[in-house]
Design a protein around this ligand. Structure first.
Ligand code: GUN
Length: 292
């Protein structure tokens, strides 16, 4: 069993990005600028956004944080989005999800200029990704593809089972894995799938993205399978300094000895998600996806 080290790979990619930014600056080009919009005080969102801002610094990007209270109206937030769409100094921006219940995430996502949608959540980017056209691709699935590639894990003709069908992870993951160049045969499982155990046992690659800690157990895994764990649920842990720790969707202790490769939680997929956002920001700064 080999542990897939997302921390190490993400550091390598951050260094590659920083080198490219240094070249851009030396050539007199503009420093890529990412703006993060954060509404309210959700603990998880605060941490994610702080980590994104820190990663920007490491990559040599300019970054800005726009914070708003939970009572911001949908119209006010849509105005912020319009302002960022029209600001030529802003190359890309994200609106951190989840948003308060009185604001439609769909409306806000669709208001973002696809050219600046470095999250890859806008339907135009999702559509382009689906047909294999240049697009901003959702960070977590892109990060997983990069991990698989950098570890030279064979994918052609392999059976990949994706557990979860979210717009952010499961669904785009299933599309990317079936694309030319990756060439997996893909099955998507979700809450209404019967026989999940039997299906998973046929998998050469399992991507677990359902947000249920410890869901994938040893009896669901074929010996030699590749296991990618996207889960990051906070579970209480009195021995941890913060009183909680992150737990993945895979029963790591019992599954790890069975498989060929596995991502740990933390330190597997998580760091890759952030570096994929950095890759998208670099592409936005270079106007490399939408060229006109
Ligand atoms: N909330 C959880 N993951 C993400 C993400 O990748 N982007 C944004 N904007 N919000 C999130």
């Amino acid at each position: 069993m080999e542990l897939i080290d997302g921390k190490k790979i993400s550091k390598e990619i951050r260094q590659e990005i920083a080198a490219e930014v240094a070249q851009m600056i030396a050539a007199g080009q503009k420093r890529p600028h990412l703006v993060a919009v954060l509404v309210g005080h959700d603990g998880g969102s605060e941490t994610y956004v702080a980590n994104k801002i820190k990663a920007c610094e490491e990559c040599g990007f300019k970054s800005s944080l726009r914070r708003f209270e939970t009572d911001i109206t949908e119209a006010e937030l849509l105005n912020v989005v319009a302002e960022l769409n029209n600001d030529p100094d802003v190359d890309g921006f994200i609106v951190q999800l989840p948003l308060p219940k009185h604001i439609s995430e769909e409306k806000v996502t669709e208001a973002i200029d696809p050219r600046k949608d470095v999250d890859g959540f806008h339907p135009q980017n999702v559509g382009r990704m689906t047909i294999g056209a240049p697009a901003f691709i959702s960070a977590t699935p892109q990060g997983i593809v990069d991990l698989i590639r950098r570890y030279n894990i064979p994918t052609a003709g392999k059976h990949a089972v994706v557990i979860g069908r979210s717009n952010i992870v499961g669904r785009p993951m299933s599309i990317l894995l079936s694309q030319k160049g990756i060439d997996c045969t893909v099955t998507v499982c979700h809450s209404r799938t019967p026989n999940m155990k039997d299906i998973c046992r046929q998998a050469d690659i399992i991507v677990a993205a359902i947000g249920k800690p410890g869901f994938v157990t040893a009896d669901m895994v074929k010996p030699g399978a590749v296991i990618i764990d996207v889960g990051t649920t906070r579970v209480t842990d009195p021995t941890a300094e913060r009183g909680w720790r992150l737990k993945g969707d895979v029963d790591f202790a019992n599954v790890a000895p069975l498989c060929s490769y596995i991502t740990p939680v933390p330190g597997g997929v998580g760091p890759m998600t952030i570096v994929s956002l950095m890759k998208n920001t670099l592409l936005a700064g270079k106007k490399a996806i939408y060229k006109d």
